[in-house]
Ligand binder design. Sequence first.
Ligand code: HEC
Length: 228
Amino acid sequence: MRALLKRLTPAVILVSLAMPLASHDPITTKLTWTQEISRMVYKRCAGCHHAGGMAMSLTTYEDARPWAKAIRDEVLSRRMPPWGAVKGIGEFAGDPSLSRQEMDNFVAWVEGGAPEGDAGLPPSHGPVLKPETMPMPRYARMLPVVREVTLPRTQSLVAIRPKDLVEGGALEAWAVKPDGAVERLIAVQGFRKRWARDYVLREPLRLPAGTRLRVAAKAGSAVLFFAD
Ligand code: HEC
């Protein structure tokens, strides 16, 4: 290496030091910021990630590019957008989780060198969308479930509130109906106090009398809200 360096003229060394960062990341994807990526960011991220917002701006290519690898990691681990509940278990109103396709696009864009695309094109994204906040629906009864509770009568579940979880903690709740059928209600992973929320079911879930409601968590419990 030393011998090689000696043979290179200072000019060559200077030129190679001055090479733009992008040369380390060859562009191997057709996905671009101006097309697919800014569209997703405006829809899913920019409501919080804008200048003067609650987190650093991701609204321009210049803002987002230095964060590319962090974006990949946050998206892959589902830490962003913040939600906490595992997608596919229970169906909740206002679930901001990325679809599989959106996740794949973010990851492929970053792995492919995070190119900008044609900066001269008009932006392909819509306006910044704020994340939805779901109001707690009307409920008649709150039922704390530490480990197991049996429903004395038929009731409709409308929302779930994880309670007393530790930072980074996990929780699962499920229902075992009298006929033995199991309905998974929610799975929370990587709980963060900052993002603690109530999870409102998209549709009330009718649970017959005798249903056993069970919660598993290292620390913590759940409060279930029933409409009747
Ligand atoms: C509800 C608001 C909100 C939404 C929506 C949101 N973020 Fe964030 N994000 C934050 C906040 C606040 C932080 C600051 C650190 C924290 O609390 O995790 C953050 C931090 C980050 C970080 C930095 C993590 C680190 O390494 O420190 C990245 C990268 C990120 N967000 C990417 C995204 C992407 C990509 C999206 C959309 C797919 C998104 N965020 C959606 C609020 C949000």
